[in-house]
Design a protein around this ligand. Structure first.
Ligand code: XBP
Ligand code: MG
Length: 265
């Protein structure tokens, strides 16, 4: 099977955006008179729940903070205002793309591959990041985007990757996913898409044993990645050629690979 597409996660993978999300959540909690402060240690725990609205609900239900009950009905409104704060930060250039992201997108296009997005965050959040960093609308850069608001089950469910494959018009074993979290890894694997992990701030210590490869970042000519696990030990950058070779190995599997034990169907 030949490689036809690369599917990128957004938060933590295209850019280290989670600190901007965390700050936006906290600013909005304060603006709404909610005495909540998500510090880094707590946010790391909360990131196990993907999606901002789902994360706030989980926080209220599991941590039972003051004013939690009364805020339950306002989650959509809190999250909308948080997203506006986040987008203002990103539009101001607060967060750059990670090493190798722009290069790999360019090389993929030059090699005739499609590039897509599978993210639990929303389409406007992706668009503002891409406009701020690449100076173009996300819809011009990516052939297809599958974003959080389009599915009911976010990562680690396979829905976002299945949607991205459908929109790109490629089979699961013709694509590779670039991810930074265990939830993202599980989502892609459950859709049958093999995964390369680039380690990011909040999720670097998660279990990535089932990834085809784990590297510190995608690498640049003057900034080689650190190889952690799997394919790519002899390289210094993730390239379309390296991904194509990885896919050849993966394609020897059944048409829809059975996920390794513990990953569910
Ligand atoms: C990251 C997430 C998101 C962000 C917040 O997922 O879980 O929920 O933390 O974004 P991914 P929203 O890495 O798959 O993009 O508040 O817009 O949900
Ligand atoms: Mg991510």
């Amino acid at each position: 099977m030949t490689l036809k597409a690369i599917i990128f996660d957004v938060d933590g993978t295209l850019a280290e955006t989670e600190e901007a999300h965390r700050i936006a959540f906290n600013e909005e909690f304060a603006a709404q008179g909610l005495p909540w402060e998500w510090d880094r240690a707590l946010y790391k725990e909360l990131l196990r729940v993907t999606g901002g609205k789902e994360r706030i609900r989980h926080f209220i239900e599991e941590y039972k903070p003051p004013k939690g009950e009364e805020a339950l009905a306002r989650i959509p409104e809190i999250h909308k205002a948080k997203s506006e704060r986040y987008m203002r930060m990103i539009a101001d250039g607060a967060v750059p793309l990670r090493p190798g992201v722009e290069r790999l997108i360019r090389e993929a296009k030059e090699a005739g591959l499609k590039v897509g997005i599978a993210t639990t965050t929303s389409t406007p959040n992706v668009d503002v990041l891409i406009r701020a960093t690449l100076g173009r609308p996300a819809a011009e850069v990516f052939d297809a985007m599958a974003c959080g608001e389009e599915v009911t089950a976010k990562k680690p469910a396979p829905d976002l990757y299945e949607l991205a494959l459908e929109k790109l018009g490629v089979a699961h074993n013709e694509a590779v996913a670039i991810e930074d979290s265990r939830n993202g890894l599980l989502s892609a694997l459950r859709a049958g898409v093999p995964v390369i992990i680039t380690l990011s701030g909040y999720t670097a210590d998660e279990d990535f044993a089932d990834a085809l490869s784990v590297v510190s970042h995608l690498g640049e000519p003057d900034k080689p990645y650190e190889h952690i696990h799997g394919f790519g030990w002899a390289q210094s950058m993730v390239t379309p050629q390296m991904l194509a070779r990885m896919i050849e190995g993966w394609a020897g599997r059944p048409s829809r690979p059975v996920p390794p034990p513990g990953l569910g169907a």
